[in-house]
Design a protein around this ligand. Structure first.
Ligand code: FO1
Length: 307
């Protein structure tokens, strides 16, 4: 069954790993948010693409969910010796990814091409696609600091500033890539991972033409809730929902996706309530180990099989 999954970073990567373990590699395409991307020290950093690549190649630091296991931070220490305010934890091995990516981009390759080259070198056979080849950046308007870029909000200030609004710089000019068009047109189901709907999934859905492309497919289109028992499994989703004027609940996430999707998965701890999607179910969604990731992937695939 050909599956397209939309993801951000850590939570989405866990589901992608579960799906990768149960599907033939050629049946899985992972579409990844790139609105968290940033430039640092002249290098292009793509945190969510990195997280997906490291997770699927089993390189990932499982304690953090991002970065490479056992990496060292000598370069960052040397930056601090020069007096740099080096708050972003770029690992020494991780740097190889950013250096190669930047070199390939400077040589004129698209982000789709660069990602394909890097994933193949890491032995990943699934297709990993950036949401667009255009540069898009999430800008966070906060009460404390005014407008700041995403990594400053998320990493430097540990997502503690109060968010007034979010804006996607460059989104009007972004285009759906040919690879994404083909993947969605051939998909037999589309799964939205348990990633942050506002920070990770909305940028993907905001690429002009993306919603229309998804809606043109009469296939199962389901999301897994990132909110369990009114709280985010990881990260700022619940805090952000309240700041943006929503109730922090799985039901509010389902309403946010509305009829773009036709199915929604609650966590087994939550009660099923009235939502816009036609198909609703409950599974264990807190992917604390690889068995749960695989079990969740299998359950979702079985559930949508006969729609
Ligand atoms: N997240 C952190 O919380 N602290 C870091 O120092 C950090 C460094 C980092 C370096 C490379 C990379 O690919 C990701 C990194 N992340 C770090 C994770 C990342 O910035 C966020 O988890 C995502 O942007 C949110 O999806």
């Amino acid at each position: 069954m050909k599956i397209v999954v939309l993801v951000g970073g850590v939570g989405g990567a866990k589901l992608a790993l579960g799906l990768a373990r149960v599907l033939p590699a050629e049946d899985l395409t992972v579409i990844v948010n790139t609105a968290d991307d940033t430039w640092m020290y002249g290098l292009r950093i793509c945190p969510d693409l990195d997280t997906i690549m490291y997770t699927l190649s089993d390189l990932v630091n499982k304690d953090n969910g991002w970065g490479i296991a056992g990496d060292t931070f000598e370069m960052i220490a040397a930056m601090r010796r020069y007096g740099e305010d080096a708050w972003f934890g770029l690992g020494d091995q991780d740097m190889a990814t950013h250096i190669l990516r930047t070199r390939l981009l400077h040589a004129g390759k698209t982000m789709t091409d660069v990602t394909s080259i890097l994933t193949k070198k890491l032995g990943i056979h699934q297709q990993i696609l950036p949401m667009t080849d255009s540069a898009v950046a999430t800008i966070v308007d906060t009460i404390e600091y005014g407008e700041i870029d995403f990594q400053t909000y998320f990493v430097k200030h540990r997502w503690q500033p109060t968010v007034k609004s979010l804006r996607l710089e460059g989104i009007e000019k972004a285009v759906v890539t040919p690879a994404i068009e083909i993947a969605i047109q051939h998909a037999e189901a589309l799964i939205v991972g348990p990633s942050n709907p506002w920070l990770s999934i909305n940028p993907i859905l905001s690429v002009p033409g993306m919603r229309e492309l998804i809606l043109s497919r009469d296939i199962p289109r389901v999301a897994i809730s990132p909110i369990v028992g009114g709280e985010a499994i990881k990260g700022p989703a619940a805090k952000l929902m309240v700041e943006l004027g929503f109730e922090a609940s799985a039901q509010a996430v389902a309403s946010y996706y509305d009829t773009l999707l036709n199915g929604f998965v609650f966590d087994s701890m939550d009660g099923i309530v009235e939502i816009p999607q036609e198909h609703v179910t409950k599974f264990e969604t807190i992917m604390k180990n690889d068995e749960v990731k695989v079990a969740l992937a299998r359950s979702v695939l079985e559930w949508i099989q006969d729609w």
